[in-house]
Design a protein around this ligand. Structure first.
Ligand SMILES: [Ca+2]
Ligand SMILES: [Ca+2]
Length: 118
């Protein structure tokens, strides 16, 4: 059952990548001081399918970097990989994951040390 859900999420993720339209990303002059909300990968102030698309487009090399790597680390393990896209899809559409690790708003901070840029 769980494998079926993961396969379904992978298919959704792949379809999302295929229908991806280009996004304009404004450059941040000081990436180290950027406050972020986990899951808001394209830094537009919302967490939605566009963030999944943005992350998948990074994996498929449609753009060279993430505006904020920490925002894309859904499980806060210090690594950004396809599992983070699956976690975000689950959070948004399946509901097994009820909450993402902080920061969940601009007034919270990331409590975990890692080598991700943001
Ligand atoms: Ca967003
Ligand atoms: Ca991760």
């Amino acid at each position: 059952m769980k494998r079926g859900i993961l396969i379904s999420l992978s298919i959704i993720a792949s379809i999302s990548a295929i229908i991806l339209v280009s996004y304009e990303i404004s450059a941040k002059e000081d990436m180290q001081s950027l406050k972020f909300i986990r899951g808001d990968i394209n830094i537009d102030g919302q967490i939605n399918i566009r963030d999944v698309d943005y992350l998948l487009s990074f994996f498929y090399h449609y753009h060279d970097n993430l505006v904020c790597e920490d925002a894309a680390d859904m499980d806060d393990d210090g690594i950004v990989n396809i599992n983070d896209a699956i976690i975000l899809l689950d959070y948004l559409y399946i509901g097994n994951i009820k909450e993402l690790p902080p920061p969940n708003s601009k007034d919270q901070i990331d409590l975990t040390e890692d080598n991700l840029k943001c």
